[in-house]
Ligand binder design. Sequence first.
Ligand code: GDP
Ligand code: PGA
Ligand code: MN
Ligand code: MN
Length: 604
Amino acid sequence: MTAATIPGLDQAPTTHERLLSWVREVAELTTPDQVVWCDGSQEEWQRLTDQLVEAGTFTRLEKKPNSFWAVSDPSDVARVEGSTYICSEKPEDAGVTNNWMHPVDMKMIMRELYRGAMRGRTMYVVPFCMGPVDAEPPKLGVEITDSEYVVVSMHIMTRMGSKVLERFGADAEFVPALHSVGVPLEPGQQDVAWPCNDTKYITHFPEERMIWSFGSGYGGNALLGKKCYSLRIASVMARDEGWLAEHMLILKLTSPEDKVHYVAAAFPSSCGKTNLAMLQPTIPGWKVETLGDDIAWMRFGEDGRLYAVNPEAGFFGVAPGTDYHTNPTAMRTIEQGNTLFTNVALTDDNDVWWEGMGTPPAHLTDWKQRDWTPDSEEPAAHPNSRYCTPMSQCPILAPEWDDPKGVPISAILFGGRRKTTVPLVNEAFDWQHGVFMGATMSSETTAAATGQVGVVRRDPMAMLPFIGYNVGDYLQHWLHIGETADTSKLPRIYYVNWFRRDESGKKIVWPGFSENCRVLKWIINRIEGNATAEDTAIGRVPSADQIDLSGLDTPREDVETALNVDVEEWKAEIPLIEEWFAKISNSLPMPLGDELNALKHRLG
Ligand code: GDP
Ligand code: PGA
Ligand code: MN
Ligand code: MN
């Protein structure tokens, strides 16, 4: 079939030359049965979800309106960092923390994979916008995909369709993002419920601002507006244009005195961003509202402050551990419906269930579609199972969430999962020290990426898998901001750890979740000049007396353990930081080496 005869190809609702020629080129290469230009309408959602039910990919839920249960192929459950590439012209522009291949070589491999890859399928063209549609300029993209699951997920996670295509005009810039599950169908061949390919490539061409993804249907690999565009490609744009694209939640905090502060926080995947963003404070008079749970784009405003925008329109949240006790806001968001659940368990009355939801029912269908009972050996839901739900349904959504201007950030938190060493909260002495904290932060790996779980690794600013260029240049970019901005207007930087354990290593000593508002209160009081801290070798850390513990039933000695700065533990941390700095020594900015020396000196 020649491209000219592919139905739908010529029904483009746009005159945008570059878009038209790219769509034609991809159609000629991948040879789909038809091309569909997505408009983002309710009719489109209805048609595609019906089709997914028909195909066996979706099961309609009985207890939540317009909501669906999906299970993936058991091999396609998380981001694949080993198959994720930054294809810059020069290897040093990708740096040692990224996989690299020359763009010409990568394109040669991937063109062969894409050739005929959409045979027997529909090719969808999804115009989308990351961040508010009325931003100047809007951050546009187009995802071409052969997956209906991806299209309906993009309906939730991004602003997309006709209203976005209007902003393309005839020549607006956009990021082309190509996705195929990589499973062509022969005539008459029955499709599987979750098509994917053992060969996977998640590839970024930073100089061309382009994304090619092949072989996976999992969110982080396939919803290309999210990690691929809003972090990897956007971090390159941000470096060039003087802003920051970060793996951060954004929340609004209002004090009993009605003072408003906005906080951004970077934790690695599956380390608490969504939960903190939706926190329900346990201390009277404090209020939290949500603006974002995964990504923040931060630019300087005319007043010299850093303003954050969330580029997304939905939450792609970790299901296990989420319930009315830990995260009531998330539960109230998803119970309204319009939500996709992937790799959770299904109850016998067609509702969803996952670990952390209380007593399990006597029988479930697990994420591998097997019968499951409380005696089963494996969890019923995959540890990285997810809900995908519209932000607009969040009951505590801050009204300014869609404001292109963004919100001025008062504090930036870095944090990870550490059983030892890292105290509950630690304030940086200044911006450069805060960048050092972010640059050396560490966390145990989680199920959000394939590979071993629970291994401590350095994860600078929680961006290790998402920096679209050389990590040293990225850290330099952070330092540069401190050198050029009015430092009195920069956010204060904090390093937090909700996951410290007692001596047995079994119990997490800090109650976490909603109780994290006590830490936020201390941080805001610090910023307002109303709280004290102890100067320690690693930063400014509160004692248990300096944190509001009223009404908390956690034993005081546990709180003290959580806050403890153990010089011996930190001395043992130094070789690990040195090992990390040695790994990136080719590009490590000098001031971070100075900070390490200063820390060693303070530790004695
Ligand atoms: P995200 O991937 O960074 O958005 O992390 P989530 O907020 O989805 O949380 C990931 C996992 O960590 C879930 O299983 C949560 O239940 C758990 N978690 C989140 N916040 C806390 C906390 O403050 N303390 C503890 N112990 N666990 C938490
Ligand atoms: P998370 O988002 O940070 O909420 O886990 C998905 C991911 O990072 O893979
Ligand atoms: Mn994330
Ligand atoms: Mn999350």
